[in-house]
Design a protein around this ligand. Structure first.
Ligand code: ATP
Length: 358
């Protein structure tokens, strides 16, 4: 393996990672420590810097500032092949003239691994991605999902210290994406290879990752376990990204610990202070699943049903308040279009943020 760092390390550390493209600061100083064996998702909207961060870690892009460390060893000065990380891209990037088996064995051949060992490891990798019956095919003769399995096997067969995946499932249809998601998690559970996975799909990040790093505008906004990010986004923009689709302006009437009583002009709700609020006004964020018809008497908002869809087991609806708010809600029974509903929520699920966030 020459100078390549072996898989045995404790942590990968990004220290003030910066990358400019001319006048554009694509990464504005990322600090992050990843423990060996972790599956990390880099999540964020288009253009937030996810691929740039991944390419900097891979060594495909030089840094403008900061450094990257594997334990005590500085690695951002190493060439990509000296880092020896496995890469899986959106477009598979397989060698079109090599069979699946030869694609998968490529890295081992380059490293001069003796033939018997090479064959044994390639066989194991083919079995792991369940491609036994396809291994003599060329990439052009395989489906997208099969090609991506080859790419994954090719990346992990050399037992790299780190595997970097950039939106590997985005070219696949919805059903295959879910299947491959489970496959990737299964392979990770089996091998325990430290993985950084770039995606803009929060469901993918929530289902795959041990920890999610939310990026926005070249900065880390929040790092946490999927459950933590789902239940308690630290910022309004992270909440929106996590599926809190309803946003409502509110006035704080009373505080009891972190529980707030809120007036919205279209009714009252109770909620929790998800980020420190200095003033008397707040923006509330709610998931469609947490707002539902309630009996008169409990705190509620009034809104008129505008659209309803059946999603299996229950209904999702959009209601409009008298002041024009869009409220996404769920209901056990089909509400009538035009009907005025009382919509309420568990206070722990109503998140209040400062009205204006920097
Ligand atoms: P996407 O999900 O759309 O791929 P991303 O989060 O991966 O987005 P990056 O590709 O990292 O975003 O891009 C971050 C910013 O840097 C964007 O504003 C992009 O236009 C810019 N950028 C990326 N690569 C280059 C380049 N080679 N030259 C100039 N600007 C670039």
């Amino acid at each position: 393996m020459g100078a390549a760092p072996g898989p045995a390390f404790h942590a990968l550390r990004l220290d003030g990672l910066q990358r400019d493209f001319g006048a554009l600061n694509a990464l504005k100083g990322l600090d992050l420590t990843i423990q060996r064996g972790e599956f990390i998702a880099l999540l964020g909207p288009s253009g937030c810097g996810k691929s740039t961060a991944l390419n900097c870690i891979a060594g495909l892009l030089p840094l403008t500032g900061g450094s990257i460390w594997l334990d005590e060893r500085r690695i951002d000065t190493l060439r990509p092949e000296e880092r020896g990380f496995g890469m899986v891209f959106q477009n598979y990037a397989l060698f079109p003239h090599l069979t699946a088996r030869r694609n998968i064995g490529f890295g081992l051949r380059m490293r001069g691994v003796p033939k018997p060992e090479l064959e044994r490891r390639v066989d194991a990798a083919i079995a792991m991605v369940r491609l036994e019956s396809q291994s003599e095919k060329l990439p052009g003769q395989m489906s997208g999902g099969q090609q991506q399995r080859v790419a994954i096997a090719r990346a992990v067969v050399v037992e790299p210290p780190l595997v970097l995946m950039d939106e590997p499932l985005s070219n696949l249809d919805a059903k295959l994406r879910i299947e491959m998601r489970q496959e990737i998690r299964r392979i990770h559970n089996q091998l325990g290879t430290t993985t950084i996975y770039v995606t803009h799909d929060q469901e993918e990040a929530l289902s795959l990752a041990d920890r999610i790093v939310v990026l926005r505008d070249g900065r880390i906004r929040q790092v946490g376990a999927p459950e933590e990010l789902y239940a308690r986004p630290a910022h309004l923009d992270v909440a929106e990204f996590m599926g809190y689709r309803t946003r409502l302006a509110a006035r704080i009437l009373a505080r009891d610990g972190d529980v707030l009583t809120l007036d919205l002009g279209i009714g009252q709700l109770q909620g929790i202070e998800a980020a420190p609020i200095a003033g008397e006004t707040a923006t509330l964020a709610l998931r469609p699943d947490d707002l539902q018809p309630v009996a008169e008497g409990t705190p509620h908002l009034r809104a008129q049903v505008e659209a309803v869809e059946f999603i299996g087991r229950e209904f999702h609806g959009l209601a409009r308040s008298a002041r024009g708010d869009a409220l996404h809600f769920r209901a056990a029974e089909r509400p009538a279009l035009g009907e005025t509903l009382c919509l309420g929520a568990d206070p722990r699920r109503v998140l209040a943020y400062p009205e204006m966030q920097p």
